[in-house]
Design a protein around this ligand. Structure first.
Ligand SMILES: [Fe+2]
Length: 457
């Protein structure tokens, strides 16, 4: 056997060292619970850089090579994450400790039998941070089984390469989506910002609820200066296979645009493949039917304008939002979406400001960015025109619900923040007669509100 492989299933369990590392993050965060939440949202004022309380609130892990090391000290990969589950396809990604190749074995029974592998131009994948594979040719509303296979791979020369024995994950199952099913559910978590305890609470709640799908509505992590941030904060945040059987749908937040590795986040959060070539570049815009519910996701981008000095020329969000507006009009006219009894849209930054007060950041003296203005201007009229049921947003770390008005005929629901005192779980259950949406405090389980929607006219 290769020295890199431990075929024991325990190889998938992270080390005690990792657990204590994450616990230490929790200790730091708990000591900062009194920090003004305004600090969590806005940019730092000029001249204030590393000592802002946010740095303590959301500590950045140091790079480590031992992230997924098994107790025997040998190489291991993280739990797999299911994404992009559609009527006919699904993708799986998983984090790596060392450069590796790999594949997904899948089938309609636990015996599997088929292989999906992201080969390109004749080469099988070779990656340092994440492997992924896309399973295609599936049928709607059908259960499938899969496991990942990971082989460490060493290049010495063109003729001297070493591949290890495969390390397999457990066998997991998932169900494809589709319109012709009654009784579906989804849950929403948002603004987790690397908060391990919060993510763990979410995962426990999703398991209790048995939600079909989880929307991770932005600001998954605070910033992305190393691939490790995505490995710990997203792929394996709390030592459980939280997304191995319950797919996640990634909706980017402004913090998910920050840092060098934000440019490579697609390695971890596999983009959705648009079927229309006009929208090939829109990897985070989903439109699919979960039974009676049409689910739509939008990417509001960063809070700073594209031409802001702080962007230093790295941002082109306005053209991106404009293309999403065209896409939104296109998908809302698609028969399977237009005919859905309910349409729920998700975007991280609100496109309607629900708060009356001025909202001044006490540390910077600058106004809070409570709305993404370009998105609000371009998307809100389209959502109104197509009579959508609900918009669920995040970003302000403060729960609210805004009833529909004649001027804004869609209601808006906001999830809370990353900490025990402001984290919320939003969950919904829908059938062809009603859609019921509930917001509750995540840690204490107090119901903040329940809203029932009738099918669209
Ligand atoms: Fe945000």
């Amino acid at each position: 056997m290769s020295p890199f492989i431990d075929r024991n299933k325990n190889a998938l369990r992270p080390t005690l060292a990792r657990r204590s590392f994450l616990s230490s993050m929790g200790v730091v965060c708990a000591s900062c619970l009194g920090t003004s939440l305004a600090n969590e949202i806005e940019e730092l004022p000029p001249g204030v850089e590393p000592s802002n309380p946010r740095e303590l609130l959301y500590p950045t892990p140091e790079p480590s090579k031992e992230l997924f090391t098994s107790e025997s000290g040998s190489f291991a990969a993280s739990y797999p994450m299911l994404q992009n589950v559609s009527e006919t396809s699904a993708s799986v990604s998983w984090a790596l400790n060392v450069p590796s190749t790999g594949w997904v074995e899948w089938g309609t029974t636990p015996n599997l039998g088929k292989i999906a592998r992201n080969s390109e131009f004749g080469l099988n994948p070779y990656e340092e941070n994440f492997l992924s594979a896309r399973i295609t040719g599936l049928s709607p509303n059908t259960t499938y089984y899969y496991r990942t296979a990971t082989c460490s791979f060493i290049y010495r020369t063109a003729y001297d390469k070493t591949i290890s024995e495969p390390q397999f994950s457990d066998v997991y199952s998932f169900k494809t989506v589709g319109p012709n099913v009654d009784g579906v559910s989804f849950a929403v978590m948002n603004d987790t910002h690397n908060q391990v305890d919060t993510v763990r609470k979410h995962c426990e709640r999703h398991e209790e609820l048995g939600s079909d799908i989880v929307i991770w509505n932005g600001d998954l992590c605070h910033r992305y200066f190393f691939p490790l941030i995505a490995k710990t904060g997203i792929a394996n945040p709390c030592d459980i296979p939280f997304a191995a059987q319950r797919p996640i749908v990634f909706v980017p937040g402004n913090h998910d645009k920050w840092g060098p590795y934000a440019h490579n986040l697609r390695e971890c959060l596999t983009p959705w493949r648009q079927s229309d070539s006009r929208y090939y570049s829109l990897g985070h815009n989903y439109a699919f039917r979960l039974g009676p519910i049409a689910m739509i996701t939008l990417d509001t981008g960063d809070t700073k304008p594209d031409n802001a000095v702080k962007q230093q020329g790295i941002a082109s969000f306005d053209p991106y939002r404009e293309l999403q507006a065209t896409w939104l009009e296109h998908v809302l006219s698609r028969p399977d979406i237009a005919e859905a009894p309910y349409i729920v849209a998700f975007c991280h930054i609100p496109i309607f400001n629900p708060f009356d007060e001025a909202g001044i950041d006490q540390s910077s003296g600058l106004p809070w960015k409570t709305v993404e203005p370009t998105s609000a201007r371009m998307w809100a009229p389209i959502l109104a025109k197509h009579n959508i049921t609900l918009v669920i947003s995040a970003h302000l770390h403060r729960h609210s619900f805004s009833e529909a008005t004649p001027e804004r005929p869609w209601p808006q629901l906001l999830g809370g923040g990353p900490l025990a005192q402001n984290a919320t779980c939003i969950h919904a259950e829908g059938n062809y007669e009603h859609l019921t949406v509930t917001a509750e405090t995540l840690f204490e389980r107090s119901v903040l509100g329940t809203w029932t929607f009738e099918p669209r006219a």
